[in-house]
Design a protein around this ligand. Structure first.
Ligand SMILES: [Zn+2]
Length: 97
């Protein structure tokens, strides 16, 4: 993927819209990266929906929040689900390392 997402371009541009967006993403990360909130909400979304939220968090430099979010979501996944295999590691899943 050679094209930067518009979200990242806006953040790097440093415009007011970028600052507003960055502040909004910080708030999003505080909510979805809080274990209690992630545990309560994450179990009610599909794996795809969980991945989309994790992608937004990670792309906006909130990797820790993305890991918490995905770990809490995965807690109720079964082995048939995307994040349900034994020993699932959200950090490795997100970063590929
Ligand atoms: Zn899942």
């Amino acid at each position: 993927m050679g094209v930067e997402p518009a979200l990242i371009r806006m953040l790097r541009a440093g415009r007011d819209e970028g600052r507003d967006l960055e502040e909004a993403l910080d708030h999003l990360a505080r909510v979805f990266g809080r274990p209690a909130s992630a545990g309560r909400l994450g179990t009610h979304v599909t794996c795809y929906e969980a991945n989309v939220i994790a992608y937004v968090l990670a792309a906006s430099r909130h990797l820790d929040a993305a890991v918490v979010w995905l770990d809490e979501h995965a807690a109720t996944d079964t082995e048939e689900d995307l994040h349900g295999r034994p020993g699932f590691d959200a950090a490795r899943y997100i970063t590929g390392r």
